[in-house]
Design a protein around this ligand. Structure first.
Ligand code: GMT
Length: 376
């Protein structure tokens, strides 16, 4: 099939899911065209089955806001016509589903019927999409997609709760390529350059937005390091980073906390981590937790959103109510202070993550594309 994927080219979340899906589809013989404003971060492999089309927005002094949706929908029309794209898959409703719908309509003028699959990722529904500024446009574009998927049962429930949706929503969870992690020497795991042998390594990876509750990450670590010799790796960039650095100084733990910035080597960092902290206000899925678990890192998270579908309480880690720093700290310490327990949780984390193997998930998307093609 010839598939166009529209996504954000970002370091985490929906951008990573879309890119990994596209790469997997290309390995299965499909021709995949990525359409976005910058080359997606994980799109490093060169292949004759992959193309990247950059959306450029023309700057003009009249525009207070540059019309990205217009540029994206025009680009879609051009790429679809030029390359004979058969299916469009948009990741993240805003504004991709909206621009996709406009492209569909424009293409009808050329006698082309382009089926569109929309995947909802979380913040497009829970944080941004249900704001009155966007809500009518988001409902409209979901209802006018040919097929709609969500990355967790919880996100499906939220979508039906927040919007008046007439479309069936199929849950297709996020995934991980297990075979990559089984290759010998996949990561060159140099734990000794990060910490002493008797120190535990705690990690947090995110976009440092308010929803991630970065303060909670630091307070949990503060409690841990009172009992256990440990270091905290803070990976990522975002609006809350500066406040986090200040808090670390205030708590006088600067020598224990490392802010690593955005990294292309998440697996290398996770391979020497002992515990992962994700105390988010909400997560539709929590891809960062899954990436930790496949690297045998147990997860201490909240029980909000789709997290309980990924992190299993008492098996791959522990889950607590949002803001319950005390319980999360106790859980973390209980795993870290007992080598046998840590070993067991590491093993179990990997086993739980294995349920989300890409080889089980990609055929679900392929089946959906087939259905979409039949409908076209
Ligand atoms: O984590 C983020 O805030 C980024 C965001 C995104 O839209 O890229 O992530 C969302 O989509 C991911 C991929 O499906 C999910 O794993 C994240 O849980 C979800 N984030 C939230 O719901 C806050």
């Amino acid at each position: 099939m010839k598939i166009a994927i529209v996504c954000y080219p970002t370091f985490g979340g929906s951008g990573v899911v879309a890119t990994e899906l596209g790469l997997a589809l290309s390995k299965r013989g499909h021709e995949v065209h990525f359409i976005t404003y910058k080359q997606p971060v994980r799109l490093e492999q060169i292949s004759s089955h992959i193309r990247f089309h950059e959306v450029n927005v023309h700057e003009y002094p009249l525009f207070h806001y540059q019309p990205y949706e217009l540029a994206l929908s025009s680009k879609l029309v051009n790429v679809v016509r030029h390359y004979g794209i058969e299916v469009l898959h948009v990741h993240y409703a805003i504004p991709h589903a909206y621009a996709g719908y406009m492209a569909k309509k424009m293409l009808e003028e050329y006698g082309i019927r382009l089926p569109m699959v929309t995947t909802l990722h979380g913040t497009d529904i829970t944080l941004v999409g249900n704001h009155p500024f966007y809500k009518p446009a988001v409902s409209f574009s979901i209802n006018n997609s040919d097929f709609v998927t969500s990355v967790s049962e919880n996100l499906k429930k939220d979508t039906l709760r927040f919007f008046n949706i007439r479309k069936e929503i199929e849950v297709i969870p996020n995934f991980i390529d297990i075979s990559k992690y089984e290759q010998i020497g996949f990561t060159d795991c140099q734990r000794d350059i990060m910490a002493d042998e008797d120190e535990k390594i705690i990690t947090h990876v995110s976009n440092f937005r308010k929803v991630k509750r970065i303060d909670d990450v630091i307070h949990i670590f503060f409690n841990i390091q009172k009992k256990i010799k440990a270091r905290l790796m803070m990976v990522g960039e975002g609006p809350e980073k500066e406040a986090a650095e200040e808090l670390v100084e205030e708590l006088n733990i600067s020598d224990r906390v490392l802010f690593l910035g955005q990294s292309h080597e998440i697996d290398k960092i996770l391979c020497f981590s002992d515990l992962f902290l994700l105390p988010s206000e909400t997560e539709s899925f929590g891809l960062a937790a899954l990436e930790a678990m496949i690297n045998k890192v147990p997860v201490i998270s909240t029980n909000s959103g789709g997290l309980p579908e990924v992190n299993i309480h008492g098996v791959s880690g522990y889950l607590r109510d949002v803001g319950d720093i005390e319980s999360m700290s106790k859980d973390a310490i209980s795993i870290l202070e007992n080598e046998e327990k840590l070993k067991l949780f590491k093993k179990q984390a990997r086993e739980v993550a294995a349920k989300f193997d890409i080889h089980k998930i990609v055929p679900l998307y392929e089946a959906l594309y087939e259905k979409a093609l039949e409908k076209a």
